[in-house]
Design a protein around this ligand. Structure first.
Ligand code: AMP
Ligand code: MG
Length: 390
């Protein structure tokens, strides 16, 4: 059995960064920027008013000062002339600040009578002007690789970038195996349960920027499994779930082997998730996950997520481990690295008492995986432990 970090290395060796493609800006959220992009203009492109008020010369601004209003500047319609001594231009948020003006007195600080305004409240020292290029300058770079958020999309829009180079989405094929499984919405027989793992994994991997296809459930026969592998054609990563142990009906290793899988390892010193297998099958990476729902999801988080990140050209980080203080004692750990379902709040962490790897309610209540090193001794409340956020 190999360690979790060795297994991760083997899995990462099965994938490499995918090609890039260009997508419309509106489709760029959740994708990974493949090449640096540059702003095509300054923002704002002119000194702009940050408030509704009156644009004047800053040198003339003082309580009780009076100005003659000589025109108006609105967003999209600047005032074309120049402001002279004793003059003001009515101005609105987003409008270009007219030549000669260097201060916007907000309308609340002014009393207006016809064309005349008087500053009747302390105008303060903030000019209420956003300088040209104050947000970004022409040529300013967004550096790749970067997972593009909604905010990034807004920024690129403002930069006038209508199409974005992104890494192709990794294509994942998800195969559930087992005679006991029925798709959600189906009618399970008395001995059957609903297939949950493929759905959880699809959600997890797509959030990271992959595209996952849920294939028809493979029955516990060699022919059904081979057919499922055939349907996985074209995927960058084939993930099977279940059938990876050593039971009479666990056929994934055998069938994948018959189809030519070059195995890179089988079994990891990890809890949950021990019967993990991986290799290369017809040019694709293949990971055989254990069937228990929590095992499959934890393996997805610990192993598949870094593979996706690596295919997307992102650093496959060590899952950013954090520390928290135990709020309850923990008994000693066995020989495998244990990823305990836990809840972290305000820097303190508590593992759920029932760590059975079939309990999806516990996983759903958890917001962290508390990590116990192999053969870690008993831990007392108040001690520091490591976890990763779910
Ligand atoms: P196996 O590794 O095939 O022996 O499966 C271990 C356990 O996980 C069994 O209780 C299976 O019923 C369950 N299981 C396997 N695949 C799935 C799945 N896709 N969704 C939910 N449970 C599953
Ligand atoms: Mg099975």
């Amino acid at each position: 059995m190999i360690s979790v970090s060795e297994a991760r290395k083997h899995l990462l060796a099965l994938v490499r960064q995918l090609d890039s493609e260009e997508v419309p800006l509106a489709e760029a959220a959740g994708r990974v920027l493949a090449r640096d992009v540059q702003a095509r203009r300054d923002q704002p492109p002119f000194s702009a008013s940050a408030m509704d008020g009156y644009a004047v010369n800053a040198a003339e601004v003082e309580l009780h000062a009076m100005f003659k209003v000589i025109g108006e500047a609105a967003a999209g319609h600047g005032y074309k002339g120049r402001i002279g001594a004793g003059q003001a231009v009515r101005i609105f948020t987003g409008a270009p600040v007219p030549e000669g003006a260097s201060f916007v007195v907000i309308q609340e600080d002014v009393t207006r009578s016809g064309d005349l305004i008087t500053i009747t409240d302390d105008p303060g020292s903030n000019s209420n002007i956003r300088p040209r290029g104050g947000d970004f300058l022409d040529g300013q770079t967004i550096t790749a690789p970067k997972f593009l958020t909604a905010a990034d999309v807004a920024l690129m829009a403002a930069m006038n970038i209508p199409a974005v180079p992104v890494t192709r989405r990794p294509q994942i094929a998800l195969i559930s195996t087992g005679d006991e499984l029925v798709m959600p919405g189906g009618t399970p027989g008395p001995d059957q349960i609903i297939a949950s793992n493929t759905f959880g994994l699809k959600a997890m991997l797509e959030e990271l920027g992959a595209r996952a296809r849920i294939l028809p459930i493979a029955r516990d026969t060699e022919s059904s499994l081979s057919m499922a592998f055939e349907l996985a054609e074209g995927a960058d990563l084939i993930v099977t779930i279940g059938g990876a142990s050593v039971g009479d009906h666990d056929l994934v290793g055998k069938v994948a082997g018959d189809l030519g899988m070059e195995r890179s390892f089988y079994k990891v010193a990890m809890r949950p998730g021990k019967p993990l297998m991986a290799g290369r099958l017809n040019g694709a990476a293949m990971a055989g996950l254990p069937g228990n729902p929590v095992s499959a999801m934890v393996c997805g988080r610990i192993f598949l997520a870094p593979m996706i990140q690596s295919m997307l050209g992102l650093p496959a980080g060590d899952q950013s481990r954090k520390t928290a203080i135990l709020s309850e004692d923990l008994s000693s750990n066995g020989p495998r690295e244990h990823y305990m379902r836990a809840r972290v709040e305000d820097g303190s962490i508590r593992a759920f008492p029932n760590q059975d790897s079939s309990l999806l309610t516990v996983l759903s209540d958890a917001n962290a995986l508390l990590i116990r090193p192999p053969s870690d001794g008993a831990r007392k409340s108040g001690e520091e432990v490591q976890y990763i956020r779910l």
